[in-house]
Ligand binder design. Structure first.
Ligand code: ADP
Ligand code: GLC
Length: 496
């Protein structure tokens, strides 16, 4: 199949969270499976063109917006370590500035930026002669892609046999815009905007809803989240829209690019290790602690290191840690290594912890890919106590690195981590159900006890390292969804 993936984030070029990892790993896996993927993303001002050998092409496309036309130049490279082509949509007005979304508040023209990108995808595909079987659009930023296909482009012979699949990564961000501005710019006009229309929710334009309503098939990033968004408040107000598309909605668990996240191959970490030489993992931990200023004797003490690599937002459940972490650190039961950035109140909490426990808490507020690998490799536990979690990737990375996840049973965390059963010696982590500090504390205690007792401590790590959440499994599942999407528009799917 020719698969055109479009997303606002693609690693390593532009990344804010897991969307970037998934948008990068799926096409690589489709190529391995024999398909022809192609990636498109905006050319943001901060993308390092020299480092990734991104070059301008001679192709300039015209993009219809509103009642006028704007232009974009295509830039091109390949995914690192693969032949998957990547096209960047360059337009100075919309993208020549640093940052993807302009967080925390968002750029005021995010409506136009992402509508422009969503429309440019079609013009770019035509200009380069890539006729997609599937356009795979991700999250609210590309929510209008299925709408453009269904309403404007399918009547073009070039896209007559193209189906769209829309993947929801996070219902908490919906791309909500002022109607007049967005509807005019999109080309649909205000005639398509009325109460209950496929673009409207709560009186505003809702890009996520457009994606949900217009796509042939809708997926979200774990089976549990696919249920949660239909039935609980995690649907963030779009439960009805999702319910109306329930027959076409499916959860496809994210996968991991094990060429990137693998303790056997990882070049970011000082020593590589396999499940049968976990002493090397302990050495990675000791070196991490020594690099952070601990004398050797202290660094080699038998005290667990709790890692966390996370956006610091309410979603991630930082408040679960608030009291427990301080107690445990004060008693010397743990050390913590945190890497994260986000809301000020959570950043301040960790700064406070770092000041209070300088020899037990290693905190870096910021974004740092090599350090994220080092923390996951050095840690004994990884905390992901999320309020909600569409899928979550760090717990899957942790499993592969022999860091035992401590997670709340929500979304993809529930689908990927299994509570350790000491009698049967099965399971991979520690799981708590309710978003409740006491439950989190109890899970932490179970983890600390396990850490102290062999053979359990080795067994739980071996169990986790043996789990396989490869992106190739995920990619193959998507190919099935793509065939169903094609059937829906009456095209028989060629699985090649
Ligand atoms: P989300 O997409 O909700 O942020 P995921 O667990 O799916 O959560 O993905 C987060 C991704 O972002 C992982 O690859 C993680 O390693 C990375 N990440 C998060 N925060 C940081 C940070 N401060 N520095 C480097 N990488 C980070
Ligand atoms: C979102 C979700 C996260 C998921 C990621 C990739 O950012 O918050 O749970 O893993 O997308 O799908």
């Amino acid at each position: 199949m020719n698969i055109l993936l479009c997303a606002a984030e693609v690693a390593p070029f532009a990344k804010a969270g897991g969307l970037a990892d998934v948008a990068a790993s799926l096409p690589k896996a489709w190529a391995v499976l024999g398909h022809r993927p192609l990636i498109m993303l905006p050319k943001y001002g901060h993308i390092d063109v020299d480092n990734y050998e991104i070059e301008p092409t001679q192709t300039v496309i015209s993009v219809p917006v509103g009642s006028w036309t704007e232009y974009a130049r295509l830039w091109k490279t390949k995914m690192p370590d693969s032949d998957v082509p990547v096209y960047f949509i360059q337009n100075s007005d919309y993208f020549d500035r640093p940052g993807i979304y302009g967080n925390p508040d968002g750029f005021t023209d995010n409506d136009r930026r992402f509508l422009f990108f969503s429309r440019a995808v079609f013009e770019a595909a035509k200009a380069i002669g890539f006729a997609p079987d599937i356009i795979h659009a991700h999250d609210n930023h590309t929510g209008f892609v299925p709408a453009f296909l269904a309403s404007f482009y399918r009547r073009d012979a070039f896209f007559a046999r193209t189906a769209s699949v829309f993947t929801i990564h996070n219902m908490a961000y919906q791309g909500i815009f002022e109607p007049r501005r967005a509807m005019e710019f999109s080309g649909f006009g205000m005639k398509s905007f009325y109460r209950g229309s496929w673009f409207e929710h709560g009186g505003a334009v809702n890009s996520m809803k457009a994606g949900i309503m217009f796509a042939e098939k809708i997926t979200t990033v774990s089976p549990t989240y696919a249920q949660e968004i239909r039935w609980t408040k995690f649907g963030e107000g779009l439960q009805d829209a999702l319910e109306s598309r329930a027959a076409d909605l499916v959860g496809v668990l994210n996968g991991v690019d094990y060429s990137e996240w693998n303790p056997v191959l990882d070049t970011h970490i000082p020593l590589r290790y396999t499940p049968d030489i976990l002493v090397r993992k302990d050495e990675v931990k000791a070196r991490f602690l020594m690099r952070n200023g601990l004398p050797e004797k202290e660094a080699r003490e038998h005290t667990p290191l709790l890692g966390m690599v996370s956006r610091l937002t309410a979603q991630k459940g930082v408040e679960m840690l608030e009291k427990t972490l301080e107690d445990f650190l004060a008693k010397g039961l743990l050390r913590i290594a945190l890497l994260g950035t986000g809301e000020r109140r959570y950043e301040d909490f960790f700064r406070y912890i770092a000041r209070k426990f300088p020899r037990r808490a290693f905190v870096k507020i910021g974004y740092d890919t090599p350090l994220s690998h080092n923390i996951i490799a050095a840690s004994d536990f990884l905390a992901v106590p999320s309020l909600f979690e569409p899928c979550g990737l760090t717990q899957m990375y942790a499993l592969k690195y022999g860091a035992v996840p401590i997670v709340r049973a929500t979304g993809g965390l529930a689908d990927t981590v299994e509570e350790y059963d000491a009698a049967k010696m099965t399971g991979t982590g520690f799981v708590f159900d309710r978003f409740d500090r006491k439950e989190f504390r109890a899970a932490m205690q179970r983890a600390i006890i396990c850490y102290r007792f062999q053979p359990h401590w080795n067994q739980i790590r071996q169990n986790g390292m043996a789990r396989n959440f490869s992106s190739e499994i995920s990619a193959a599942n998507y190919v099935n969804v793509f065939s169903w999407a094609l059937q829906k528009i009456g095209v028989s799917a060629d699985k090649e």
